[in-house]
Design a protein around this ligand. Structure first.
Ligand code: OSB
Ligand code: MG
Length: 371
């Protein structure tokens, strides 16, 4: 349905994680995210910018996202006559990089359109291939191996369908060996967040003996080509995360056989429009995908759930229960998993959860309206 945005409200919120999250690029104790509310005729659509607090996963961070959204994205959208949310991405495609800031606003527009149409977000984006999405968990680097084993045990007992563990040089072969000894039968994968180079090819080949489902983004964050010789040397499929920012790059990576799997993150590719195109390219080439996570609060989490109902999201993603991250989430009800390690989708209009206004107010540290 056509719409015009009259007002865009940005809110920055701050929420401590229940447990720190460590990747090869650093430790996070507290999240600071930008929420986007787009308003049209008394209806609000909501989005969440998924960047980190520092420019360590990619070039974006909370403050850059705020400025890009406020000064570059919002002015291009306000008052424009959109035929559908499908057209929003192109309005800001002249901005180089900053996909997460662009994508947070774009996703809010899809939620708005879904609400204007009175349909669930998953339906608005063309999803609905499944009523429950399969869930895995991402477990950060721990201080000790016993702590890691304990965490894995907890998540397996909670029913999660696959375990992803973060690795880096020095926290890899020996640690995974311990995990495999304790849990020989679980679906296990490792995420390096770009911690290796081609010089580490022999070290990475040693991971083949642990029959991992995949190894995620072993090489540089902006590098597809080096993954080609690495993939040729490994039995374990490579899954690309950081370096796939568009459907075009997904197509290139698949064509040159740089990977066997792709992780789709809504923000990293700039929103639902491009995420759908990445999904379609992968599906056409028989490359399975799964939905990545960025330690999202409830809104981003709900958007990921909608995304993961597209047909080619056949692998368990990193979308898990709210309580793994937060003492209290900004949505109600919180995202919960079934004993089978799935999240059920609902039929409410929009992203499917209510905003907890009282708590939102409590965690908001700045707010600005652009009209
Ligand atoms: O690489 O997938 C990643 C979190 C922050 C930055 C990058 C990544 C991650 C995760 C966590 O793995 C996924 C989640 O639980 O939200
Ligand atoms: Mg990753």
């Amino acid at each position: 349905m056509p719409f015009q945005i009259e007002q865009i409200v940005l809110r920055q919120i701050r929420m401590p994680l229940v447990h720190f999250f460590e990747t090869s690029f650093g430790r996070t104790y507290e999240r600071a995210m930008v929420l986007v509310e787009v308003r049209s005729g008394g209806v609000s659509g909501w989005g969440e910018v998924t960047c980190g607090e520092n420019p360590f996963y990619n070039e974006e961070w909370t403050d850059s996202a705020w400025l890009i959204a406020r000064d570059y994205v919002a002015p291009r959208l306000l008052g424009h006559e959109f035929g559908s949310a499908e057209e929003v991405n192109a309005r800001t495609a002249h901005i180089r990089g900053h996909n997460m800031a662009r994508g947070g606003v774009e996703a809010a527009c899809w939620d708005l359109e879904a609400r204007l149409n009175g349909v669930p977000l998953w339906k608005q984006i063309g999803g609905g291939a499944r009523r429950e999405i399969p869930c895995g968990v991402s477990i950060g680097i721990q201080d000790t191996v016993p702590q890691l084993l304990k965490k894995i045990e907890t998540e397996v007992n909670d029913g999660y369908q696959r375990i992803k563990m973060k690795i880096k040089p020095g926290w890899d072969v020996d640690v995974i060996r311990e995990v495999r000894k304790e849990f020989p039968g679980i679906k296990l994968m490792a995420d390096a967040n770009s911690a290796y180079t081609l010089k580490d090819i022999d070290r990475l080949r040693r991971l083949d003996e642990f029959y991992l489902m995949m190894i995620e983004q072993p090489l540089a964050h902006d590098e597809i080509i080096d993954h080609v010789p690495l993939q040729a040397a490994l039995q374990t499929p490579i899954c690309l995360d950081e370096c796939i920012r568009s459907a075009h790059q997904a197509e290139q990576a698949i064509r040159m056989k740089a990977c066997g799997i792709i992780n789709i993150k809504l923000g990293r590719v700039g929103g639902f429009g491009e995420a759908k195109r990445v999904h379609d390219v992968c599906q056409a080439n028989n490359i399975p995908v799964w939905c990545g996570g960025m330690l999202e609060a409830g809104i981003g989490r709900a958007h990921n759930i909608a995304l993961a109902t597209l047909p080619n999201f056949v692998l368990p993603g990193d979308v898990s229960a709210s309580k793994r991250y937060w003492k209290r989430d900004i949505i109600t009800p919180w995202v919960e998993t079934t004993p089978q390690g799935t999240i059920a989708i609902g039929d409410e209009a929009g992203f499917g959860y209510a905003i907890d206004r009282e708590f939102l107010k409590e965690v908001t540290v700045r707010e600005e309206s652009v009209a």
